[in-house]
Design a protein around this ligand. Structure first.
Ligand SMILES: Cc1cc2nc3c(=O)[nH]c(=O)nc-3n(C[C@H](O)[C@H](O)[C@H](O)COP(=O)(O)O)c2cc1C
Length: 217
């Protein structure tokens, strides 16, 4: 895929097929962050990739930690179907508006519960940084994460950058046995997109070019 095609057509994907991602392909995608730029070439990123039983265990632990009001898997699947319609309609009517409009409680629930389930993607990537690096590493990590998103997209896979699971850092550390010399920063879901789901056709609007770019000469 050509670079501009990749960066203009990548989208956050929130419904995945159950198909597993071949390990060789995961490896290929995980080469992409290695070549991201970083401050003083510190390469302050570490990745923990969960799939199979560990991914199942992680999702179960997150649901459990999110409290008794978390909907069951069946109830969540039904929610996805309703939110597909709500959100598709919202985008058509509000293309000029930026951000996820949480006008409906169902929309908010979908994002909240979907995020802590990594939208049920077959692969979950946990992004961490060595504790000694401190907060200054986060700019470099952003570049590394974007490399993963674009590499996955170029391979016909889909992702969603997910900050919400950070509310349950302890669970992630415990289930994936993450060493205590790293700090968790963010997470990414990875898998094959369900191309029939309306939620995946969502194109979030962008600010006008003139508002974000100013030339001086
Ligand atoms: C730092 C960061 C955290 C995010 N966290 C979440 C999240 O927890 N749940 C979610 O559904 N999307 C999350 N997103 C995805 C954004 O909602 C999405 O990128 C934005 O709406 C633009 O849509 P697009 O990625 O399809 O272009 C996050 C994105 C970033 C960069």
């Amino acid at each position: 895929m050509e670079t501009y095609d990749a960066l203009l057509t990548r989208r956050s994907i929130r419904k995945y097929l159950k198909d597993p991602v071949p390990p060789d392909l995961i490896n290929k995608i995980m080469m992409a962050p290695i070549w991201a730029p970083s401050g003083s070439n510190t390469q302050p990123w570490r990745f923990y990739v969960a799939s199979g039983k560990k991914r199942d265990e992680l999702i179960q632990a997150m649901i459990h930690a999110s409290g008794p009001e978390a909907p069951s898997m069946d109830a969540y699947d039904q929610l996805v179907e309703r939110v597909d319609q709500i959100r598709a309609a919202m985008t058509e009517n509000n293309t000029a508006e930026v951000g996820i409009r949480r006008t409906s409680e169902e929309g908010a629930k979908f994002i909240r519960y979907g995020s802590i389930r990594f939208y049920q993607a077959p692969v979950v990537i946990i992004v961490a940084t060595p504790k000694q690096m401190g907060g200054s590493s986060h700019q470099s990590i952003g570049a590394a994460v974007q490399n993963i998103l674009l590499a996955a997209h170029a391979e016909g896979l889909a992702t969603c950058w997910l900050g919400m699971p950070m509310a349950f850092k302890d669970k992630i550390i415990q289930v994936l046995n993450i060493p205590d010399d790293v700090e968790l920063v963010t997470t990414i879901s990875l898998g094959y997109p369900d191309k029939n789901s309306a939620i995946n056709k969502l194109i979030m609007p962008r600010l006008p070019f003139e508002e974000i770019v100013t030339y001086r000469s």
